[in-house]
Design a protein around this ligand. Structure first.
Ligand SMILES: [Fe+2]
Ligand SMILES: [Fe+2]
Length: 153
């Protein structure tokens, strides 16, 4: 059986939370944190650039989508800070503040998003020309200089 968009997106939430929590509680590794933070950046990109515009066709979802985008904006500076520190090979202790902040924000964001948005995520794609969400979620990286809509600054 093929996984639904809802399954794939929810599985990414769990895996990102696990990777970031590992750094916060000391059970994880730099590798797991790195994977989780890159995954989070890609995940937010796929949501905002591909999934949300389709969900937005349903006017009743506009408030929930706005809230999700603002919460991505709250995460973004911590995400960039964690990526900068990882790139600089900073000690893991230095990564604690950004990781703890991300974990707190994800705990609030993810469950709400799963209920309000992922429950209808199988409306994506809206047309045959759109890339499959599974393929979009399976790759890494985001376009140069891309930021989420409500990233500060
Ligand atoms: Fe999100
Ligand atoms: Fe998400």
């Amino acid at each position: 059986m093929t996984a639904t968009n809802q399954d794939l997106l929810t599985a990414q939430h769990r895996s990102m939370e696990l990777g970031i929590r590992g750094l916060v509680d000391g059970s994880g590794s730099r590798r797991e944190l790195t994977d989780a933070v890159y995954l989070l950046r890609r995940h937010i990109y796929v949501e905002e650039a591909f999934l949300f515009p389709v969900i937005e066709l349903d006017q009743r979802r506009l408030m929930a989508l706005a809230q999700m985008r603002y919460e991505h904006g709250d995460m973004w500076p911590h995400l960039e800070s964690a990526l900068d520190l990882l790139t600089a090979k900073a000690p893991l202790d230095d990564l604690l503040p950004a990781s703890a902040a991300l974990l707190n924000l994800l705990r609030i964001h993810d469950r709400k998003e799963e209920e309000a948005i992922y429950s209808v995520a199988d409306r994506y794609p809206a047309d045959a020309a759109s890339p499959a969400l599974a393929a979009l979620l399976a790759t890494n990286g985001i376009p140069a200089n891309w930021k989420c809509r409500y990233a500060p600054g």
